[in-house]
Design a protein around this ligand. Structure first.
Ligand SMILES: Cc1cc2nc3c(=O)[nH]c(=O)nc-3n(C[C@H](O)[C@H](O)[C@H](O)COP(=O)(O)O)c2cc1C
Length: 169
């Protein structure tokens, strides 16, 4: 599959089957994260891989809206980063998370970003559950599993090309 085709096919998937994600696929998703670019190659990110059902269900309760899909997910990867290392921590962690979203799609899985940073008490909730220390900020949780829904792929003809400005805005 070409990279553009991968981008076209990737959608946020919020319904998963109960099938566990194979260890090899989990490792490949993490490798994709660890190859993400970061400013000055500081790699400020840290990842907590959670496959314990009870723990993932508790993660799902981190905020009122937008995290329910975790209830079904067989795998969750919490993305945190050290803001004292670099003021680009949020960009760096977001790129790593996005690498995981793309890797999941490439491996025939579905995934979704669950935002945590500055959302209600979500960060404290996730920190307490996972043991992520106070010096790290928790950006998001990536929920991952085999798809239990079909979503339309992006259509190249319908992209918002009006957002592109050539030469000048
Ligand atoms: C920074 C960011 C935060 C997001 N937070 C959530 C979230 O908390 N819950 C959720 O269900 N989806 C979340 N999403 C997924 C978006 O809703 C989704 O990417 C968007 O609707 C576009 O759909 P697509 O991913 O299928 O292309 C988030 C995405 C990003 C990039």
């Amino acid at each position: 599959m070409s990279f553009l085709e991968l981008c076209r096919q990737r959608r946020s998937i919020r319904n998963y089957t109960a099938q566990p994600v194979e260890k090899q696929k989990v490792e490949q998703i993490l490798q994709a994260a660890l190859m993400a670019p970061s400013a000055k190659r500081l790699q400020p990110w840290q990842f907590v891989v959670v496959d314990d059902k009870a723990m993932i269900e508790q993660l799902a309760a981190c905020k009122q809206y937008g995290s329910r899909m975790l209830l079904e997910a067989p795998l969750a990867i919490v993305v945190a980063a050290d803001a004292s290392l670099t003021d680009t921590w949020q960009c760096d962690a977001a790129i790593a998370a996005h690498n995981m979203l793309l890797a999941a799609e490439d491996l025939g899985l579905g995934a979704c970003w669950v935002h945590v940073y500055e959302r209600e008490q979500a960060e404290e909730h996730v920190r307490a559950l996972t043991g992520i220390p106070d010096n790290l900020n928790v950006l998001c949780i990536v929920s991952i599993g085999y798809k239990n829904e079909q979503r339309r792929t992006y259509e190249l003809e319908k992209l918002p090309y009006e957002k592109i400005h050539y030469g000048k805005f």
